[in-house]
Design a protein around this ligand. Structure first.
Ligand code: DIG
Ligand code: MN
Ligand code: MN
Length: 389
């Protein structure tokens, strides 16, 4: 029987080079896997069934590589893309690894660092455009503080805005057509990172010179680290027309950034997220910003990549079951019933509406006594996920 959960290009599953290329280093341990070359990772992702591959500039072209080394790497990377058919939907800049960024990049107190960060980003945008990327992500991993003694947060906000405005103009000047996607995270590696949540970035975007060019790249792990409901962050971004990209993974609450395989921790939240993305017709990449457990060899890394995609596809099928289940849909209709009796008093304001509503009698106790059957509805969600519906 055909495996229903085989990833296909139309699913638009992507992985960053740094995900399947993670060598398993962590703050308390050395690498456990040999590093693979970028082009080797392309073949690995193709074997797993991915549609695309993303990268930070330094993932592809090592920091400080010579022009000839750059050309040689690019040649082999492009050949691997050609051989496999994988595409490059997104690119980004590593503005967090090199010691020069130890106090931030765009928000650093040192103007030379801020200027160097702009230079590095423009060069990385050139590379991303050369490889066909259409989304450009900004994750400010070092844009934060370990002590507020060192920096006025308003200065940091102004510097970050100035940098994004500058790069929006560069995007226009070069005709790259990038959609910029800002990625939030509350902390790690800095004690506190500026713009800690997707909501913070949604507010910030409106203060930019080209807000239409800028959206967000919410990540499951990062909103969970802040103790937030990821679906709600994604829904707000979507509703604002700002869901330009998404980083799928998983994360136990009140933990360091685990970047687990998608669905590895919170299957139910992953289900409602997949249902949302499919129900609204999200057309962007399903990007897995995650990595295999440190216990794994490269066969395990492929298991990780396949697991991310299979879980998404299984949950997508469960979402279809939810949408087709007569009992569930009947319950949803019941709890969302609207006889239109309140329409004359609500919606767009008018003085007449306000006066009539203020004098309207409500049977508050009767309304309050209504049972909403959410226990039944949530149990049905569980039974869909447990495979008995
Ligand atoms: C971490 O969650 C960040 C970096 O890996 C990268 O800049 C971004 C792109 O997905 N996610
Ligand atoms: Mn993360
Ligand atoms: Mn991410």
């Amino acid at each position: 029987m055909e495996d229903l959960y085989q990833p296909k290009p139309e699913h638009r599953f992507t992985f960053g080079l740094w995900t399947v290329g993670s060598v398993g280093r962590d703050p308390f341990g050395a690498p456990v896997r040999q590093a693979l070359q970028p082009w080797e990772l392309v073949y690995l992702l193709a074997e797993a069934g991915a549609y695309g591959v993303n990268f930070h500039d330094d993932d592809l072209i090592p920091f400080g590589a010579s022009a000839s080394e750059r050309e040689a790497i690019l040649k082999r990377f492009k050949q691997a893309l050609k051989d496999t058919g994988l595409v490059v939907p997104m690119a980004t800049t590593n503005l967090f690894g090199h010691p020069i960024f130890k106090d931030g990049a765009f928000t650093s107190n040192d103007p030379r660092v801020r200027a160097f960060a702009l230079q590095k980003t423009m060069r990385a945008m050139d590379l991303g455009a050369e490889l066909g990327a259409k989304v450009y992500v900004f994750w400010g991993g070092r844009e934060g503080v370990d002590t507020d003694a060192a920096k006025n947060p308003v200065d940091a906000i102004k510097r970050f805005r100035e940098a994004i405005n500058f790069l929006c103009e560069y995007n226009i000047d070069q005709g790259y057509g990038f959609k910029f996607a800002l990625e939030a995270k509350p902390n790690e590696p800095r004690g506190d990172i500026y713009f800690p949540t997707t909501g913070a970035y949604l507010a910030f975007i409106n203060t930019l010179d080209h807000p239409e060019m800028v959206g967000v790249n919410p990540e499951v792990a990062h909103e969970h680290m802040a103790g937030l409901n990821f679906l709600h962050a994604v829904a707000q971004a979507w509703e604002a027309g700002k869901l330009f990209h998404i980083d799928l993974n998983d994360q136990n609450y009140v933990r360091f950034d685990q970047d687990w395989r998608f669905g590895a921790q919170n299957l139910k939240q992953a289900f409602f997220l997949v249902k949302f993305l499919e129900d609204v017709g999200y057309e962007g990449s399903r990007h897995f910003d995650a990595h295999a457990y440190r216990t794994e060899d490269y066969e395990g890394v492929k298991d990780f990549a396949r697991g991310c995609m299979r879980t998404y596809l299984v949950l997508k099928e469960k979402a279809c079951r939810w949408n087709a289940d007569p009992e569930i849909q009947g319950l949803l209709q019941e709890v969302n019933a609207d006889d239109g009796s309140m329409l004359p008093y609500t919606g767009k304001y008018s003085r007449k509406k306000a006066e009539q509503l203020k004098s309207l009698e409500f049977d508050v106790d009767k309304i309050a006594s209504r049972g909403l059957q959410y226990e039944k509805l949530d149990q049905l969600a569980n039974e869909i996920l447990l495979g008995i519906r």
